[in-house]
Design a protein around this ligand. Structure first.
Ligand code: ZN
Length: 180
């Protein structure tokens, strides 16, 4: 298998794929970081060593070809010889302790638009609480962004009159997300 091309296909630039399994209609992708070492998060030095993998993280990623995709990522234990800090490998695509990749989380709010949280949760086979949490954070960020853009435009244009509806990014949003 041309792992490099497969990594591009799955949008996993920092990772190399060692194996893909198809179990119960889901894809299980076993990955490793491309780099052998990474800088110490404390002193930023590269005088670090690997101390083996503690366990495999199971992280949900974007669906592919109609299948759910899970990444198996080793939790690689690292030690810095310079400052003696112990740390676990930091993946760009999924922060420590996260069960979803950033790409997957970023895709969830768009599943909710034009539907409901419950419907999006069902369609993506993701817990309602997760979809709710991700969508709430996204809509707060989007709302702040829309407000900032509108204010900028208002400052630039002397004749612009803004109504409250100009700030609604989606019907049915909670009032405090819509309010200026
Ligand atoms: Zn260090």
């Amino acid at each position: 298998m041309h792992s490099h091309f497969t990594s591009i296909l799955f949008d996993l630039k920092e990772l190399t794929i060692s194996n893909i399994e198809n179990i119960h209609d889901d894809f299980f992708i076993h990955v490793q970081p491309i780099e052998y070492l990474q800088p110490c998060p404390q002193c930023q030095g590269m005088d670090v060593i690997r101390k083996g993998s503690a366990y495999q993280r199971k992280v949900r990623h974007l669906p592919a070809f109609g299948h759910r995709v899970f990444l198996f990522m080793p939790a690689i234990r690292m030690m810095c010889k310079h400052c003696e800090a112990s740390f676990v490998w930091q993946y760009e695509c999924a922060a420590s302790g996260k069960r979803y990749t950033k790409q997957f989380e970023a895709s969830l709010p768009y599943q909710v638009l034009g539907a409901t949280v419950t419907h999006a949760a069902k369609r993506t086979q993701t817990p309602v609480t997760t979809v709710e949490r991700v969508f709430k954070r996204w809509s707060e960020r989007e709302s702040a962004h829309v407000q900032a853009t509108c204010k900028e435009q208002a400052v630039d244009s002397r004749q612009l009159v803004l109504g409250i509806d100009d700030f609604a990014i989606r019907k049915g949003l909670h009032s405090e997300s819509q309010a200026l």
